[in-house]
Write a protein that binds this ligand. Structure first.
Ligand code: IMP
Length: 181
């Protein structure tokens, strides 16, 4: 069985609904500054393989807002800690187009080889924060086809449409194919 290396218990709880036996290693690790989530994941997989060994996964995610030229993107964690949801809504004032997407790259280290699985969820930035569930940017993101923000959804509802849910369904397929139990 894989171990998810993360300091974010919310990510683990979401993933565990789809891959029930998943373990968690609560750990922070250095992330490089790069132009894509994929590059960040590649670096972290190499780094962690020396610390953790084999058969673990990581999740690197970001929110990409079209009217802001894909900001915060790879800077999502830093921007959340500094500007927060209120800061993003301020940047979005008077923007007519509110389209955005979440992207998750799940990195897998399995038997000495690195793999990456991607999940994307399109949607829009809400006019105001709503909901108490989830974490991070969930209160300000409304996925396509919904009236609710992620933070107004249960974990199951979010998983059905979310970036992470899509990547983890792919992970379940990977595990089936490679016989990881
Ligand atoms: P990271 O993947 O932990 O680097 O996440 C980058 C930033 O995006 C952090 O501030 C997270 O809180 C936020 N984030 C990641 N995934 C989600 C999500 O599913 N919903 C809302 N915010 C998220």
């Amino acid at each position: 069985m894989f171990k998810l290396v993360t300091h974010n218990r919310h990510k683990y709880e979401e993933m565990r609904k789809i891959v029930p036996g998943l373990k968690m290693v609560d750990m922070e690790y250095p992330e490089i500054q790069a132009n894509t989530l994929e590059e960040v994941v590649d670096f972290s997989l190499e780094y962690l393989s020396k610390v953790i060994g084999e058969n673990f996964i990581i999740d690197d995610s970001g929110l990409f807002i079209e009217a802001l030229n894909s900001f915060p993107g790879v800077y999502s964690a830093y921007v959340f800690d500094t500007l927060g949801n209120e800061g993003i809504l301020k940047l979005m004032e008077e923007k007519e187009r509110r389209e955005a997407y979440f992207k998750t790259v799940v990195g897998i280290r399995f038997e000495g080889i690195n793999y990456k699985l991607v999940g994307i969820c399109h949607g829009k930035i809400a006019e105001e924060p709503k909901g108490e569930n989830g974490f991070g940017y969930d209160p300000i993101f409304i996925p396509e086809g919904s009236e609710k923000t992620f933070a107004e959804m249960s974990t199951e509802e979010k998983n059905r449409v979310s970036h992470r849910g899509k990547a983890i369904i792919k992970l379940a397929g990977f595990m089936e194919r490679f016989g990881v139990h």
